[in-house]
Design a protein. Sequence first.
Length: 441
Amino acid sequence: MSSRNPRTEGTAIELGSSVQADRDVQSEDISAEGQPHSRETLFKLASAGLSFLCAGLNDGSLGALIPYILRSYNINTDLVSVVYGTTFAGWLVTALINTHICQYLDLGVLLALGAALQLLAQVLRCWLPPFPLFAVTFFIQSLGMALQDTHANNWVTSMKVAHRWLGFIHAMYALGLWIGPFIATPIASAGEPSKWYLYYTCLVGLGAINLTLVLIAFKDSIRLKQPSVSVVESARGETVGPQKPSALAEIRNTLRLPAVWLLSLYFFFFLGALITASGWVVEYLVTVRNGELSKMGYVQTGFAGGMFLGRVLLAEPTKRLGERRMIFVYAVLCLVLELVFWLVPNIIAGAVAISILGFFSGPFFATGVSIGSQIFPASIRSNALAFVFMLGQIGAAVFPAITGLIASREGVKVLQPILVGLCSATGIVWLLVPKPNLHRD
């Protein structure tokens, strides 16, 4: 962890400073509690929450719809994995261009562009398009989601008592995961042939509200960024001081920090487990456990509902009892519950286990963001968090796609060992993430 002198007095000084730092953080949180946010700020928080609700409704419905998609397009699971592949491509493209476009577009433009792309994707889906176009819509959707959710995340980390507001916006995502199957399953199972694609008409309406709210709430930053004074003076041939680093220099400075890669790996494995479970659990229960298709879609709602409650109820205890300690405890509990889901061949037991697993996985995302905002230096924090989110979402696209490819050859039973491996990797990498009190600004 550190190459500091291990002498006793050095350790005492380091521990003393850590204790004092923790006291400072607690006193800052207590003082901030009594300072209400302005109406404009609360409106922006509502917009950020709605963006995550839209993302949850998009992601949460896919698992319930996959069995109908397979039958409607007459394809197998390896072609469904193309959907996850295009999602991966969207997040990858955004990761590559994010630092560059951030030098020209202000926050409101980035959020509005993301919301508009998501709305376009839903419009293209709601009329049963050919499967190639349907797959491309997930590329468009992931581009928009990467822009809006990443920068909404970054903005919320700057708030007072940010851990609570992070808990709120990520609870909204879990709420979307929860209610998505409740809406999608009745629509998809209403008749023969299934008109599952009509579910996306609901997301068209919500996407329009999302875009409108962004345009109103963030109207103060809907503009192109102006060149800095130093750049203007340099263009005139005048002597200038130190200039803002270029996009490539900012990327190099960000990727040089080991903590960025470690936290990115944590999100890579965690989101990989989350979206893989959400996407394939229904098909697993139908194919392996012989569950009834019209009912198994609701099992996914138990998983998402547990996650929603976990993000609402566990945010404060996790902060009070120690974020690093509690996330590792939750990771161990999730691994145990996943083993129960795998090894107990009973649909009811599996549904209960996966719901409780969702509850304990609830704080993972918001706590990871909170830790990241503490361990990254202020000069690279925005870029570092953006990279972390995007690499995490790449994991969310890669592992479900891999699961689909393997399942097409070996069967959907491969879901369980993949989830066990991802849960284990999440807990192990979390232990390697640096402690915040060693990396304070």
